[in-house]
Design a protein around this ligand. Structure first.
Ligand SMILES: *Cc1c(COP(=O)(O)O)cnc(C)c1O
Length: 461
C-alpha cells in the first residue's frame, strides 16, 4: 500500500476527528463567513506526485480554498433557491459516503429498499397518491429531464412506437406547451433531442406568471387531436406563481397530453396549511419534479422524480445486462434513471425525515414563508425600493424605485455581496431588472430579516 494511504488507514480515528473539527469550524463560522464572496481562485498547483495524506490535504484546503467559499449553507444566503443542510441531513450524507453503497441493483444490499422507504415518505409528505412512483436523481434539472423523457416515450406510445428503440426522429414534430417554464426545461428538451425551440410559450394571466387557461386550451385545440406535452409550473422562480394544476389536469379529458409538473420547490407549499391549496392537482400529474437540496435542506445533490407510468420509465432507462437482469414488475433503480452507478443520496433525505418528520419540515417551510413576508413588508415601506409582485410564498421580488437599469441593479447586487451580510441574485421580471430574495434555509429567522434589511438600506446610501 502507498505509504500516505497506509498512514491514513492506520490513523483513521484521529484523522477523521480532524475532519470533523474542520467541518464544525465551517459550521460554527457560518455566522461570520460572508454570505457570498467574489471568486478569487488561488494560484494553481501541479498534481502532487507524493501525496501529503489527509492532514496535508486538510491544511492545503484550509489555506487555499476554504477562505473563498461562500456562506451558502447559512441563513442569509438568499440567492437562487438555496437550502442548507440540517444536522440530520448532513449526518445522512456523511454516512452515505462512509458506507459507499450503490443502490443501483438489489442483489447485494438493502440500500435500494432504504431509498424506496425514503421515496414513500416523500410521497406522503407531498400528499401524492401511491400510484406515483419515484426515484432519486441529482437535482431538479435531472428530475425534469426524466419527466420529459417519459413524456417523449408516451408520445411514441400514442403513435404505436417505442422512442427508446426507434429514436426521437421517428416521432416527427413534438409539441411542448408551457406558460413560464424554468430554464432547465429548455435544457432538458435540448438533451432529449426535442429541441429548445420546440417549446411554445402560452400567454400568462395579466400581471401573473401563471398560465392563462383559456389560451392553453386554445393552443391545445389548435393541435387538432395531436398528442402534446404540457409543462405546468408550480412555483416560478421570480414571483412563485402557480399554474392551476387541477384545471390543467382536467383538460386531459378533452385533449391528449402528458402533464409534467415542475414543482421543484413549490411542492413544499403542501407543508403550509395556508398555502397547501396551491398544490391541489399535483397528484394528477403524469410526472412530477421536486428538488430536495432546496427546501428539504439536504446537501447537494438531491431531487426526486415521480410518475404514474413507471412502465414507460423502464422502457426509456433500462440497462439490460446479463448480470443485472431485465426490468420486471419492480425494476431496480438502474433501469429507472439516467445514471447507473451512483451514491445512496436518499440517505440524507431519510435521515432528515427520520429526525424531524413532517412537523419539523413544516416548521422550516412556514418560518421561511413568514420571513419572506416580513422582508416584503419592510421593502414595501422603503420608498427607495418597490415590490414587483406580492410575496406569494418564499421569494421577494423587488427593484429600485428609481431607474432600475441593469447597471444599477447589478451594482446593488455586487455591493450587497461585497458587504457580506446577504446574497441575492439579480433577475428580469416582465422586462424589469430586479433582485430576488429567496428564503429556503432552515437557519433563517426574523433576526436575519432585520439584518438583511439593514444591509439593503446601507447599500442604497
Ligand atoms: C431550481 C429549479 C430547477 C433546477 O434545479 P437544479 O436543482 O438546479 O437542477 C428547476 N425548476 C425550478 C422551478 C427550480 O426552482
Amino acid at each position: 500500500m502507498n505509504p500516505a494511504l497506509a498512514a491514513d488507514l492506520a490513523d483513521l480515528d484521529r484523522l477523521l476527528s480532524l475532519v470533523r473539527d474542520r467541518a464544525l469550524h465551517g459550521l460554527h463560522g457560518l455566522d461570520r463567513r460572508p454570505a457570498a464572496v467574489a471568486p478569487v481562485p488561488p494560484l494553481p498547483l501541479p498534481l502532487p506526485g507524493q501525496g501529503s495524506g489527509i492532514e496535508g490535504a486538510l491544511a492545503a484546503f484550509g489555506e487555499r480554498w476554504e477562505p473563498g467559499f461562500s456562506g451558502s449553507a447559512g441563513p442569509r444566503y438568499l440567492g437562487f433557491i438555496t437550502g442548507g443542510a440540517t444536522p440530520a441531513a448532513l449526518a445522512g450524507d456523511w454516512l452515505a459516503s462512509a458506507y459507499d453503497q450503490n443502490p443501483t441493483a438489489g442483489i447485494d444490499s438493502s440500500a435500494p429498499d432504504l431509498e424506496r422507504e425514503a421515496i414513500g415518505w416523500l410521497r406522503e409528505l407531498f400528499g401524492l397518491d401511491t400510484v406515483q412512483q419515484g426515484a432519486f436523481v441529482s437535482g431538479a434539472t435531472m428530475s425534469n429531464f426524466v419527466g420529459l423523457a417519459l413524456a417523449r416515450e408516451w408520445l411514441g406510445e400514442q403513435k404505436g412506437l417505442r422512442v427508446g428503440e426507434a429514436g426521437v426522429a421517428a416521432l416527427g414534430p413534438v409539441r411542448v406547451l408551457s406558460g413560464a417554464p424554468h430554464s432547465s426545461i429548455y435544457k432538458a428538451l435540448s438533451m432529449l433531442g426535442i429541441g429548445r425551440q420546440t417549446l411554445q410559450l402560452i400567454p400568462k394571466q395579466p400581471g401573473r406568471e401563471a398560465v392563462d387557461l383559456a389560451q392553453l386550451e386554445a393552443a391545445l385545440q389548435q393541435l387538432g387531436g395531436e398528442p402534446a406535452i404540457v409543462v405546468a409550473n408550480a412555483g416560478t422562480v421570480n414571483t412563485v406563481d402557480f399554474d392551476d394544476l387541477a384545471a390543467i389536469a382536467a383538460l386531459r379529458e378533452r385533449y391528449p397530453f402528458w402533464l409534467h409538473v415542475d414543482a421543484a420547490f413549490g411542492a413544499f407549499a403542501a407543508l403550509s396549511p395556508a398555502h397547501a391549496h396551491l398544490t391541489t392537482g399535483l397528484d394528477q400529474a403524469d410526472s412530477v419534479c421536486i428538488d430536495l437540496h432546496k427546501w428539504l435542506n439536504v446537501p447537494y445533490d438531491s431531487a426526486v422524480q415521480f410518475t404514474r407510468r413507471r412502465d414507460l420509465q423502464a422502457r426509456v432507462f433500462q440497462n439490460a445486462a446479463a448480470y443485472l437482469g431485465m426490468p420486471g414488475e419492480n425494476p431496480d433503480f438502474v433501469h429507472l434513471t439516467p445514471e447507473n452507478s451512483r451514491r445512496l443520496r436518499a440517505l440524507a433525505a431519510w435521515f432528515a425525515l427520520s429526525a424531524y418528520g413532517r412537523e419539523g419540515h413544516a416548521e422550516i417551510v412556514q418560518r421561511n414563508i413568514a420571513c419572506a413576508r416580513d422582508l416584503g413588508e419592510r421593502i414595501a415601506q422603503e420608498p427607495r425600493l418597490r415590490l414587483l409582485a406580492p410575496v406569494r410564498l418564499n421569494v421577494v421580488c423587488f427593484t429600485l424605485s428609481e431607474d432600475p437599469s441593469e447597471a444599477h441593479v447589478q451594482t446593488l447586487v455586487r455591493e450587497l455581496r461585497d458587504a457580506g451580510e446577504v446574497f441575492m441574485t439579480p433577475s428580469v421580471y416582465e422586462g424589469t431588472w430586479c433582485l430576488r430574495a429567496a428564503f429556503s434555509n432552515w437557519r433563517t429567522t426574523h433576526e436575519d430579516v432585520a439584518r438583511v434589511m439593514k444591509a439593503l438600506q446601507a447599500a442604497l446610501l
